[in-house]
Design a protein around this ligand. Structure first.
Ligand SMILES: Cc1cc2nc3c(=O)[nH]c(=O)nc-3n(C[C@H](O)[C@H](O)[C@H](O)COP(=O)(O)OP(=O)(O)OC[C@H]3O[C@@H](n4cnc5c(N)ncnc54)[C@H](O)[C@@H]3O)c2cc1C
Length: 360
């Protein structure tokens, strides 16, 4: 009999592990959503809703042997996985890949594709009506969203507000910030940095309705709509019992270089919930390969486990389909043309269409 593997979460990391172990083990992928959400394309989908069918990719062809179970892990102690349906699983190997939440529209919060698509379409309709837009947060998400809006509707007035004194926090080369700033100026995207809002906006995020707010430096901002572009949170609320010892104060899971949860031989964690590297789909995907290799080695009894080596600072930051910049693995600052080719044109959809065996 094949060993059993339960993967909690079918995001960028979870699908990689499940697919890689599909031959060697009996894989059950637990995921509450009815489709893989390619959230890298989320902000494009708000300005261009004809992208939505490519953002939600069915799991139907991901596994040949294993099962995708539409359910949610509610209690995991490192030995038993309890699901919302009441089912209890006790696999030989457990992989935690439940990722992170982020305020809409950067990540979807709906489990049915039909509801998610309706929510993105409504956000599009509201945004389309607005002459002016306020984005709270000038990190990667706020910048990318501002670029998408400016590319789709060049006449809209866009302001980015952040409490930090500069755009794009993170260990990036200052030349990248300079290049992005230059392009923001070219696109007419205003910044109000280093001073927070004095009071919250009176309307709800994503709702159409004119409002006025002030920042602590006395600037008055009027806009028709606003969105929250900060607030990532690891999704580990199901962690219980012995497994709790590995959860950090901010909700991440502490893992060893082999990506095992500290204190457990057969429990792995990867992607946005692990505390070993940055929150990136590319990292989650490469960590999935390490986890699958290690579980395969444990199954074979071949001994040596692979280790994760943290990545160098890399970012691919489009500002619309043709603009943007980024920092490449060799440290170089990428041109708009390169960013457009790598991400801006198709938002990396083809890679995940192939991954989910939907390529035809
Ligand atoms: C707008 C935006 C653009 C981005 N662009 C890029 C980019 O260009 N390149 C890049 O590398 N990264 C990018 N990222 C980051 C990337 O999206 C994340 O790093 C990535 O989603 C992490 O993958 P993951 O598999 O760890 O988790 P996720 O993709 O978050 O997937 C986790 C899955 O687990 C499920 N889940 C949660 N709780 C449970 C539970 N209790 N039981 C079962 N299942 C559960 C969720 O439904 C979800 O499907 C971007 C992020 C945003 C917000």
């Amino acid at each position: 009999m094949k060993p059993t593997v339960v993967v909690v979460g079918g995001g960028y990391g979870g699908i990689g592990v499940a697919k890689a172990l599909d031959e060697a083990a009996d894989v059950v992928l637990v995921e509450p959503k009815d489709a893989f959400v390619h959230n890298i394309a989320a902000l494009r989908s708000v300005v261009q809703p004809d992208f939505l069918p490519r953002m939600f990719l069915p799991y139907d062809h991901l596994l040949k042997n294993g099962t995708v179970l539409r359910d949610r892990a509610t209690r995991v102690d490192g030995h038993t996985v309890e699901l919302a349906s009441g089912t209890r699983l006790t696999p030989d190997y457990l992989v935690l890949a439940s990722g992170s939440s982020y305020p809409f529209p950067a990540k979807s919060d709906q489990s049915a594709t039909v509801d998610a698509v309706a929510k993105y379409q409504a956000a599009h309709d509201n945004l389309k009506r607005a002459d002016s837009v306020m984005l709270l947060g000038a990190g990667a998400v706020g910048l990318e969203f501002a670029g998408e809006i400016a590319a789709a509707w060049p006449d809209k007035d866009i302001v980015l507000v952040d409490v930090a004194p500069d755009i794009l926090p993170g260990p990036y080369d200052p030349r990248l910030r300079e290049e992005i700033t230059r392009q923001l100026d070219e696109l007419g995207i205003r910044r109000n940095l280093g001073s927070p809002l004095v009071q919250p906006a009176p309307t709800r995020a994503g709702e159409f309705g004119r409002f006025t707010v002030a920042t602590s430096d006395g600037t008055v901002i009027e806009a028709d709509i606003w969105f929250r572009c900060y607030g990532i949170a690891p999704q580990t609320d199901y962690v219980a019992g012995e497994l709790l010892a590995a959860r950090t104060h901010d909700g991440y899971l502490e893992v060893t270089p082999e990506l095992r949860v500290a204190g457990f031989d057969n429990v792995y964690a990867l992607g946005d919930i692990s505390n070993i590297d940055v929150n990136k789909a590319g990292v989650a995907g490469r960590q999935a390969a390490v986890v699958a290799t290690n579980i395969q080695a444990q199954i074979n009894g071949s001994g040596e486990l692979a280790e994760w080596s943290p990545s160098r600072p890399v970012i691919i930051l489009p500002l619309g389909p043709r603009g943007g910049s980024g920092q490449l693995p060799d440290g170089e600052i990428a041109s708009s043309e390169a960013i457009s080719r790598i991400k801006g044109q198709d938002m990396m959809v083809d890679r995940y269409v192939q991954m989910l065996n939907l390529g035809g």
